[in-house]
Design a protein. Structure first.
Length: 274
């Protein structure tokens, strides 16, 4: 079985972060492992607190993983401080990790800032140059490119600027009232658009985590980057289209929408209810 590692923060409500990554990786047919950068206290209405891992403990987690079950792909998500970013970059270089998907998480869906100013600089200097592909949303792409994005042409210009600067592929995600559900992949000077269907679902907590984890999963299985993006978008559309509705705020998606089998139903569905 192919393997994938997520390096990210924990979401106590299960819709984003480590929990969403693991669900996504399992649903996409790879063995999921995790190195936790922080614990968060959050639910569908927002983030109320963050407790970081120490750099030493994060390094220990990564050592344990890479020296035993070497991941076929790595996805990084929320890393809120510069020392943790430096540890991740050092370990990825030390173990020559491959298929690195960097989701440059800066602000939560609810607007909570997850990355300090010095961490943004460390992200740019240490982690982005190691990436196989970056997956910024529109606001993140604006920060990384230093350019405003108001339409598809701006997405292409920003993705090209980011890709040239950091020497990696860039998947600039649509949304935020720009290009709707269409995403733009810049790779080695070539722009490829991936068209998506707009799904009228207000519960979009964890979409960025889910997409990047699905891309990493498919890279781990040997698909090309273009194939991995296409398959990841199809998976995300299915998770949104399942119309799961939990919580009082912006709820999670159904990460296990495509699974079926004897262990999923309750007793009333199997004729053994009491």
């Amino acid at each position: 079985m192919k393997t994938a590692l997520t390096i990210a923060g924990s979401d106590s409500s299960g819709g984003a972060g480590i929990q969403a990554d693991i669900k996504t990786m399992c649903a996409n047919g790879v063995y999921a492992m995790s190195a936790i950068t922080a614990l968060t206290a959050q639910n569908t209405t927002g983030v109320s607190g963050i407790l970081e891992s120490t750099p030493e403990f994060l390094a220990s987690q990564m050592d344990c993983i890479f020296t035993d079950i070497f991941p076929d792909a790595v996805k990084t998500g929320m890393v809120s401080s510069a020392p943790l970013i430096r540890v991740i970059a050092d370990k990825l270089r030390q173990y020559r990790a491959k298929n690195i998907v960097v989701d440059p998480v800066m602000v939560s869906t609810s607007g909570f800032r997850l990355l300090s100013e010095d961490a943004v600089d460390a992200l740019k200097e240490q982690l982005l140059p190691l990436a196989s592909v970056l997956t910024p949303n529109i606001p993140e792409a604006e920060v990384l490119s230093g350019e405003p994005i108001a339409g598809p042409e701006d997405m292409e210009r920003a993705a090209r600027s980011i890709g040239v600067r950091y020497g990696c592929a860039v998947l600039c995600k649509g949304g935020h009232r720009v290009s709707d559900a269409d995403d733009l992949l810049w790779r080695s000077g070539v722009c490829t658009w991936f068209r998506g269907r707009r799904i009228d679902n207000p519960n979009t907590h964890g979409t960025g985590c889910t997409l990047s984890s699905a891309i990493a999963s498919n890279l781990a299985k040997g698909f090309s980057l273009e194939q991995a993006v296409e398959r990841a978008k199809a998976y995300l559309s299915g998770a949104l289209g399942a119309m799961l509705d939990l919580g009082a705020g912006q709820g999670p998606m159904d990460h296990l929408h495509s699974l079926s089998g004897a262990f999923l139903g309750g007793p009333e569905e199997r004729g053994c209810g009491r």
